[in-house]
Design a protein around this ligand. Structure first.
Ligand SMILES: NC(=O)c1ccc[n+]([C@@H]2O[C@H](COP(=O)([O-])OP(=O)(O)OC[C@H]3O[C@@H](n4cnc5c(N)ncnc54)[C@H](OP(=O)(O)O)[C@@H]3O)[C@@H](O)[C@H]2O)c1
Length: 338
């Protein structure tokens, strides 16, 4: 396995915190770009990792980051906008600037994180802008796109938020209760990225990343409650009630739990069928998407786990019992011998 110079954008977040130890263990030299160095303190102890505090939206800063790199990994993404235009800036404008910097610096490989369900025809701006970012990136030489369903693992946003919610309410009204997901383990997502660095056949491909099982949102919530030993009543809301619930949640001060944009995104199943969900015209790709799946070994890369098998949610969901995500992550790593 060749050692690379890699720059990771968005590396201090949930996925980055699992990917970086794997890249470091494989002997790569990694530059992590962050807007807040504080957020990346836990990465500084990893061998070969340097953290650079910078503004990645500045083209000159991006060129500096890309200098002498063999590969760039772009994990930047947001689920909620603070102000209108944030989705466009993070999912479209940033990849466009990043591609220009890669071209200027001669970076041969770009691994780009998108999301399952990204499609131009979606009513969700999150999904529309993720699709636009994918199209841009795939039109350039040397790029690979990853599209995970919801990602689980220590420090995740989704199930951990459910766990927090369930601890202080006994009846949970649930918008989009029947939306289906195929959650994928963060360790498997990290493997797919790390493996792609050494697979020339991954270039110009996009990979849908899913775990082995499909759950409705209501099933995920009930599974979380059971794991925590809590008896909770889930009240599935119909479409109209879900819309107004999401609208109401938008008005809530503090961290966003749900928005109308999330509601629109949940109108489509978030599962790996090999075909695009039947929610809108597929405008951004020339050929059927399933033609672009495959060479990494099925849905995911096969080097990290023998046979390319993926981790089930049921087998690792115990991490939710740990209330501090950082401690959960450390405990998980030590159990895994890493
Ligand atoms: N988690 C999931 O279930 C899931 C599912 C599908 C797709 N994805 C995609 O996977 C990627 C990583 O997800 P994650 O869960 O690791 O997210 P995360 O924990 O929120 O981390 C994302 C990172 O992106 C950077 N970032 C966020 N907004 C930015 C902005 N406007 N400008 C510049 N940098 C910004 C932040 O870096 P700094 O704070 O260090 O600057 C942050 O560490 C995202 O693209 C996301 O859309 C995630």
């Amino acid at each position: 396995m060749k050692s690379h110079n890699i720059c990771v954008l968005g590396g201090g977040g949930f996925v980055g915190s699992h990917l970086l130890p794997l890249l470091a263990a494989r002997g790569h030299r990694i530059r992590v770009a962050t807007s807040r160095r504080e957020r990346c303190k836990h990465l500084l102890v990893l061998p070969g990792v340097t953290v650079v505090e910078t503004n990645i939206h500045d083209p000159a800063a991006l060129r500096t980051l890309c200098t002498d790199m063999d590969a760039i990994i772009n994990l930047v993404g947001i689920l909620h906008e603070r102000q209108p235009g944030d989705f466009e800036r993070a999912h479209v404008e940033l990849p466009r600037k990043l591609l220009a910097a890669c071209l200027a610096c001669g970076v041969p490989q770009l691994l780009h994180m998108s999301a399952l369900g990204a499609q131009a025809g979606s009513k969700s701006r999150y999904q529309q802008t993720k699709a636009a970012g994918e199209s841009l990136v795939l039109a350039a030489a040397g790029a690979t796109v990853f599209r995970p369903s919801v990602i689980f693992g220590p420090g995740d946003h989704f199930l951990t938020m459910f766990a927090k919610l369930l601890r202080f309410t006994s009846v949970v009204p649930l918008a989009g209760a029947h939306a289906r997901f195929q959650p994928v383990f963060v360790g498997d997502v990290a493997c797919a990225f790390a493996d792609a660095l050494d697979r020339p056949e991954a270039i110009a491909q996009r990979y849908d990343l899913c775990g082995p099982d499909i759950y409705t949102l209501a099933e995920l919530l009930r599974l979380t409650a059971t794991t925590l030993g809590l008896r909770r009543t889930v009240l599935p809301l119909g479409d109209t009630a879900s819309y107004w619930f999401a609208r109401l949640m938008e008005l809530k001060p503090g961290a966003k739990i749900m928005t109308r944009d999330n509601f629109y995104a949940m109108q489509c199943d978030n599962v790996c069928t090999g075909a695009q969900p039947p929610c809108g015209p597929l405008k951004s790709f020339a050929g059927p998407p399933q033609e672009r799946l495959g060479p990494l070994g099925g849905r995911l890369g096969g080097v990290c786990r023998a046979g390319g098998t993926t981790t089930s949610l049921a087998s690792v969901i115990g991490y939710l019992k740990e209330s501090d995500p950082r401690r959960a992550y450390m405990a998980f790593r030590s159990r895994a011998g890493r």
